[in-house]
Design a protein around this ligand. Structure first.
Ligand code: SF4
Ligand code: SF3
Length: 549
């Protein structure tokens, strides 16, 4: 094992096998090794808290540390070695405290390496063979364990956003810890790990429902909204990522400053929440999905605030270097990191606002509007219309095209697929995958737009609610009897939890692309094919013929 690093957690992994020299995402080998160490430490902390939880003694701080550690290791979330080192130290220190606490309370802890392992900061890079993904030599066990880990990472991200709005659920923490405990065990069979995969999927449904409740209770139900794509003549801040609490506080703090706020990438759906519409300086969306940062940030002219992934590390000569801010679990060397909010206070975005005031307004590169806001509440208000359209044959099929966007050329497939769909089909989308077709003139069916955008990737939950409501309306027994085709694009680990959530709900025949995950071994793929009918994609013509015709 002489590779400098090994990571295969995302869809763009080198050669669809694994990044071993440097991440295609820009992750340096040292950063990858630190992430492996952080994951190892976190598994230990989770195992201890899991054992304490059995006795009703679980620690809240540990739960939150686990969320942050998992979220920080998601693809494109954090590239900052110093931040990662600080997180590792924190997790180890907290684990030690909990071990002492367990002793005091008479809670016995198992002989698990992850629990008892200790390492000093200068040695964080000395154990790559022990803490890395390849330390598990059995390919199928490794595959199942990583499927669990990646699902848990995605889940942690959603749960952290809900936590920021003061919504929590102990049952989800229990599954997170149990899953990490299972990954650290050496005696679980493939069947037991497969059961854990589905348990994580069920927790994924709960986590997305929790975040949906947190978002809609706090900010109202998303409603049909024409989102402005053009610009105004004021200096401005671009906010990216998924965290709505950060957006709220940024909007509050920019009131009366003459600084506008625009969304980028996965923040686009925020434009559809009634709460945010009250801010006169909330202008609209600038640009497309995450990987267009280089061009779009260079013409935006103002500072950019990353609340989560996906960050593309800028080239040294990028003209927006020095204008990037991160917060939460996100991090980037050279960027200014906005500190967490203190209890009862807002985060302090004054540095971002001060910088914006010194910058010229954004340069316009497109005009017009995008229609968004088709989350479950809004769609169910249109339910009668939709059901009528299905009954009368005006809508023949729904195609779920949720998930992520990515850089690969092969993703042109999704644009071509959307264009080739017959006019009696409706696309249900969520996540940044939509940028492949949400600006196409696909029209509507009797006033129902042919692209119904439910929101962020976590709003895939909305698509589930809509599917279950349609099942009821048509008096079907099984959600798989609905005229729905699933053509899901994945990139990072949040898409993994969305997939596992769908599987746990019994959804069959999901097509996953543009490639199947490299972390699925051939045997694990077989299990998924046999039990769930999972498949890949082919050409637009073939897929159209096989799924739609
Ligand atoms: Fe490679 Fe993806 Fe891992 Fe980055 S996150 S190192 S691109 S597999
Ligand atoms: Fe996109 Fe990164 Fe996954 Fe939230 S923002 S869907 S890729």
């Amino acid at each position: 094992m002489d590779a400098q690093m090994f990571c295969f957690q995302c869809q763009e992994t080198a050669g669809n096998k694994g990044c071993t020299i440097k991440g295609v995402c820009g992750k340096e080998p040292q950063t990858a090794q630190l992430m492996d160490m952080l994951m190892y430490a976190t598994r230990g902390l989770a195992a201890v808290n899991y054992k304490l939880r059995e006795k009703g003694l679980a620690c809240k701080d540990a739960e939150h540390l686990i969320l942050d550690a998992l979220f920080s290791t998601i693809t494109n979330a954090n590239f900052d070695d110093n931040a990662l080192k600080a997180k590792i130290a924190k997790v180890f220190a907290h684990k030690d405290e909990l071990i002492a606490y367990a002793k005091e309370k008479g809670v016995s802890l198992p002989e698990m390496d992850e629990i008892w392992f200790k390492v000093e900061a200068h040695d964080y890079l000395s154990y790559k063979d022990k803490v890395g993904v390849l330390s598990e030599s059995n390919e199928d066990i490794r595959s199942l364990k990583q499927l669990i880990v990646y699902g848990v990472k995605g889940l942690a991200a959603y749960v952290e956003h809900a936590l920021n709005l003061n919504y929590e659920d102990d049952e989800i923490y229990l599954v997170l810890e149990e899953a990490l405990y299972a990954v650290s065990s050496h005696n679980l069979s493939a069947d037991e790990l497969t059961a854990m995969v589905l348990k994580v999927g069920s927790a994924g449904v709960k986590g997305m429902a929790l975040l949906d409740k947190a978002n809609t209770t706090t900010y109202g139900n998303p409603e049909i909204t024409k989102v402005n794509l053009g610009v105004r003549n004021n200096p401005a801040i671009l906010i990216s990522g998924h965290d709505l609490k950060d957006l709220e506080e940024l909007l509050e703090q920019t009131q009366g400053t003459g600084v506008d706020v625009y969304t980028h990438g996965e923040m686009l759906p925020a434009n559809s929440y009634p709460f945010f519409k009250k801010y006169p300086n909330f202008v609209g969306n600038y640009g497309g999905s995450w990987w267009h940062q280089k061009e779009e940030f260079s013409t935006f002219n103002g500072p950019i605030l990353f609340t989560t992934n996906c960050i593309v590390p800028p080239k040294a000569d990028a003209n927006y270097i020095g204008k990037i801010f991160t917060t939460g679990s996100a991090g980037l060397p050279g960027a200014i990191h906005i500190a967490p909010r203190e209890k009862g206070k807002q985060k302090d975005f004054s540095q971002v606002i001060a910088m914006a005031k010194q910058c010229p307004p954004p340069t316009e590169f497109e005009k017009g509007e995008l229609v968004a806001g088709f989350a479950h509440h809004q769609v169910l208000q249109l339910a009668d219309k939709v059901i009528d359209a299905v009954k009368q044959g005006a809508i023949k099929k729904f195609v779920v095209m949720a998930g992520c966007d990515g850089r690969m050329k092969s993703r042109a497939y999704y644009t071509e697929f959307a264009e080739a769909l017959p006019k009696d089909t409706v696309i249900l989308t969520a996540g940044c995958a939509k940028y492949r077709y949400n600006k196409l003139p696909l029209g509507d069916i009797g006033g129902i737009p042919r692209v119904l955008d439910a929101g962020q990737c976590n709003d895939s939950y909305s698509l589930v609610v809509i599917a279950l409501a349609l099942k009821e309306a048509f008096g079907l027994e099984d959600v798989n009897q609905l005229p729905i085709v699933y053509n899901i694009a994945w990139y990072e680990q949040k898409a993994v939890i969305v997939l596992l959530a769908l599987l746990s709900l019994g959804v069959k025949n999901i097509h996953l692309g543009p490639t199947l995950p490299a972390f699925l071994s051939p045997n694990v793929v077989n299990v998924l094919v046999q039990n769930f009918g999972i498949g890949g994609i082919s050409t637009v013509e073939e897929d159209m013929k096989n799924w739609i015709a």
